[in-house]
Design a protein around this ligand. Structure first.
Ligand SMILES: [Zn+2]
Length: 127
């Protein structure tokens, strides 16, 4: 499911959505905060242009809302139901989770967003 050729591979690794050969990001570590959203213009392997149109990635904000909610619910369920904290602590767990995971949420959203518009093309892989 997470092998090259599936959308999930590109979404979770940040690989080029068309060829899955290299990372879209200049720095593969999302916690290098000054470079979290710094991306290559084009894929060096298949020459796909990532920014299909100007401000293309603004659309990923809609996705990040959903991704953020998913992480928030997960944080609440884990702290409130599994660890058994009170509601205030569970709320704090949500806030901390969202802040700590922000770089990952931002990248996941971009990866999901671009994968809505582009699909894997095995002819481009390994060129
Ligand atoms: Zn590529």
């Amino acid at each position: 499911m997470f092998t090259k050729g599936s959308k999930l591979y590109s979404i979770f690794t940040g690989a080029c959505p068309k060829c899955h050969e290299e990372s879209m990001y200049v720095n593969t570590n999302p916690y290098s905060l000054s470079e979290t959203l710094k991306m290559h213009d084009r894929c060096r392997n298949c020459n796909t242009k990532y920014k299909i149109e100007p401000s293309f990635f603004y659309g990923s904000m809609y996705v990040s809302y959903g991704v953020g909610i998913a992480f928030a619910i997960a944080a609440f369920v884990i702290s409130y139901f599994f660890i058994g904290t009170n509601k205030l602590t569970a709320f704090l767990a949500i806030v901390v989770t969202l802040i700590v995971l922000l770089p990952i949420i931002l990248r996941l959203s971009r990866n999901i967003w671009i994968n809505l518009f582009m699909s894997y093309d095995k002819n481009l892989a390994g060129k």
